[in-house]
Design a protein. Structure first.
Length: 121
């Protein structure tokens, strides 16, 4: 079996924007009569950044997301992470030194990021 290595870098992440891939047909759902498994991929271009999983089973099992609405909300929040980080940095910059910042643009960017995180855009 091949060995896999993970390279760690500190302070960097896959550049945004990130998006949910179910719109392009990448929701995978399997039902066999007793359980359902659903996978939503969050990606940047052709890279997978994260997956939001939903799994229902009649006997419970380990704690997990077991409804589609919660799964989709989690996926939207993850996909908005780069924009949320940028918006927070802008707000902190506005607070620390308002001179170089356009407050209307900074606040607008924060509102757009929040709407994406909430699945409204």
């Amino acid at each position: 079996m091949p060995e896999h290595t993970v390279t760690e870098t500190k302070g960097t992440h896959t550049p945004g924007p990130w998006s949910l891939h179910p719109m392009s047909g990448d929701v995978q759902q399997v039902e066999n009569g007793t359980w359902t498994f659903r996978r939503v991929v969050i990606g940047a271009g052709n890279k997978t950044v994260a997956e939001a999983l939903m799994w229902t089973a009649p006997n419970g099992g380990y704690p997990r997301v077991d409804n589609v609405d919660e799964q989709d909300a989690n996926a939207h929040l993850i996909a908005a992470a780069p924009e949320l980080l940028t918006a927070l940095r802008g707000l902190i910059g506005l607070h620390d030194d308002p001179t170089p910042y356009d407050s209307a643009t900074t606040i607008s960017a924060a509102r757009v990021a929040i709407a994406k995180a909430e699945g409204r855009s």
